[in-house]
Design a protein around this ligand. Structure first.
Ligand code: 5GP
Length: 219
């Protein structure tokens, strides 16, 4: 990735990370990710562009950038997406510019995207990405939540559940797996992952020069 994603935090120069949180629909991923972003000033949500219609309660620019197919296709042609995909008949893409700008400030970006999108970004920037999968306690519970939110037809719910089964089987391709059977615990685990990942040696660019200084100290 062309951005070097470094910043000085006081005297501490750090490198941001790209946090991918993937889960089947109806697992409570949105609540987890929105809270993590609200609790961390140095973490920004990547707002995807999508060709699907806004659902009740969704807002332009907060949940998605809602665009028509012609606009989306122009953005694809202009190479404005880090990745894009067709999911359930609609197109979704992660705009590059705000992601690169956050990395340039040494800040991190959280992606609320599907499996294929997360893996595509991981392939482009393996050292910068952290892959987290959120498991539902059961498929029955997932189905109950999807019915309760009344946004999908029976066919779509069936498709989402069948897709969840395929995805869950790929859990070993993730760095971390969280079980969302208890929101507070799942949130604490997600926050721990973010904190620990930020502390990794390679992301803390201030360590090497400090160690050089320490090694050069007269004893
Ligand atoms: P929904 O329509 O329910 O908001 O999202 C449908 C699926 O598309 C979800 O799995 C969501 O994570 C995924 N998605 C949202 N934005 C993007 C994106 O920019 N890229 C990709 N690949 N998937 C996305």
């Amino acid at each position: 990735m062309s951005s070097d994603g470094d910043r000085k935090t006081g005297e501490r120069q750090t490198r941001g990370l790209l946090l991918m949180v993937v889960a089947p629909s109806g697992v409570g991923k949105t609540s987890l990710t929105r809270r993590l972003v609200a609790d961390h000033q140095d973490l920004h949500l990547s707002i995807s562009a999508t060709t699907r219609d806004a659902r009740p309660g969704e807002h332009e620019g907060r949940d998605y950038h809602f665009v028509d197919r012609a606009v989306f296709n122009k953005m694809v042609e202009a190479d404005e997406f880090l990745e894009w995909a067709e999911v359930y008949g609609n197109r979704y893409g992660s705009p590059k510019k705000p992601i690169m700008e956050a990395l340039d400030r040494g800040e991190s970006v959280l992606f609320d995207i599907d499996y294929q999108g997360a893996m595509r970004i991981h392939a482009q920037a393996p050292k910068d990405t952290v892959l987290v999968y959120v498991l539902p306690p059961s498929l029955a519970e997932m189905s109950r939540r999807l019915h309760a939110r009344s946004q999908d037809s029976e066919d779509t719910i069936r498709e989402r559940i069948s897709r969840a089964k395929d995805e869950v089987a790929l859990w070993t391709t993730f760095d971390y797996v969280i079980l969302n059977d208890d929101f507070d615990r799942a949130y604490a685990e997600l926050a721990h992952i973010y904190h620990a990942e930020r502390l990794k040696g390679g992301r803390n660019l201030w360590i090497a020069p400090l160690v050089d200084t320490l090694l050069g100290e007269a004893t």
